[in-house]
Design a binder for this molecule. Structure first.
Ligand code: GLY
Length: 355
């Protein structure tokens, strides 16, 4: 068991625990009403909550990006109203990143903010989405436009949930772990060196150590810049191009897979500007490809369409400032922001990740 503390609008602990249910008990025992929001696909994995003092309601919602909608959020609000949810009641989100984003936003918006606990069940959720207090829903107007910063009061990470993931989803989560290796913690890259996904996931102590190290990186960044005025942007390493890939592919690719290609793209961009050496550029390709993650656009739907990718990156810019900007490395653990990049420079990096 390990604990990592996060200091945001309030302090909270991320517990890497072998027993999420046991750790949840003392938290929910103190509440009059608890709503557990979870994807219907995990219904058979949930324990029964028989508590004498607490009324526990189960609220299944659709899984995936489709569930992170205003329609589902309105349904949740309706359920909270029906249950007479008060400000001292609690939401527990059990699921992947889309569920913790949705349930966290329900908690942020109900009565102007009630407490919630995150129980992430995917690797991407454990090392990224559930930590840091970013919550929200999708909308037709663009990505990440509707949401709130609203931290959970506790995050309970139990890696036994990971048995429910396919190798592909596990690898997609590892992309965010590798990201933490590049931006902050070189030991992560050493720990995974030469190992494939199966070798990693069958080694529980390695998995827990990778989770703890990644959460430590995320907690450190979020605790220093909760509302992303500057430093927190380093968590978006590989994401500017990654978001563009997700968009042009019609979200047919996993977020982590898009970020994997996005990290190789931005490494090419940094290499062309003389910011990183060839060894570090190569390390991006070897570290990611040995996990079975894509490092080129060759199999991405719409990936050969530079105009669409460029337009999608420009859209991303709308949400973040006036120019398309990138987090780049100088060396492992040392990042800065690259702005005012020309389309020609971007296209040249794109050509390096085409095949
Ligand atoms: N996933 C990036 C962040 O939490 O800031």
């Amino acid at each position: 068991m390990a604990e990592v503390n996060v200091s945001a609008e309030h302090e909270y602990t991320v517990r890497i625990t072998g027993d999420w249910r046991g750790d949840l008990s003392p938290i929910i025992n103190k509440r009059q009403r608890v709503a557990v929001i979870f994807p219907a696909t995990l219904a058979s994995e949930l324990p029964t909550f028989n508590l004498s003092e607490t009324e526990v309601s189960l609220l299944p919602v659709p899984d995936g990006e489709a569930g992170k909608s205003s329609h589902v959020l309105t349904h949740i609000w309706g359920e909270l109203a029906r249950l007479n949810f008060t400000r001292s009641d609690l939401i527990v989100a059990v699921g992947g990143g889309t569920i913790t984003d949705l349930a966290g936003f329900a908690a942020a918006s109900w009565l102007r903010g009630i407490d919630w606990v995150a129980v992430p069940t995917t690797l991407a959720g454990m090392v990224d989405a559930s930590v840091g207090g970013k919550t929200g829903i999708n909308s037709p107007f663009g990505k990440n436009l509707i949401g709130a910063f609203h931290s959970p009061i506790s995050v309970l990470i139990d890696s036994s949930w990971l048995r429910t993931l396919s190798n592909r989803d596990f690898a997609a989560g590892l992309a965010e772990v590798v990201k933490c290796g590049f931006i902050d913690d070189e030991e992560i890259l050493t720990l995974i060196e030469g190992k494939n996904v199966q070798e990693i996931r069958s080694n529980a102590s390695l998995v827990n150590s990778l989770i703890e190290r990644s959460v430590t990186t995320k907690a450190k960044v979020v605790s220093n810049d909760f509302k992303e005025s500057e430093l927190r942007e380093i968590l978006n390493y590989g994401h500017t191009f990654g978001h563009a890939i997700e968009r042009v592919s019609g979200y047919s690719i996993r977020h982590g897979e898009a970020v994997s290609i996005g990290m190789v793209f931005v490494a090419e961009l940094a290499y062309a500007q003389g910011l990183i050496d060839e060894a570090l550029l190569k390390l991006h390709r070897t570290a990611l490809s040995s996990l079975g993650l894509p490092i080129s656009l060759s199999s991405v739907e719409g990936g050969k369409n530079w105009e669409s990718l460029y337009a999608a990156m420009a859209l991303d810019k709308k949400a973040r400032g006036n120019s398309i900007r990138f987090v780049v490395l100088h060396k492992i653990g040392e990042c800065s922001r690259l702005e005012s990049v020309t389309e020609e420079q971007l296209k040249s990096a794109y050509e390096k990740v085409l095949v």
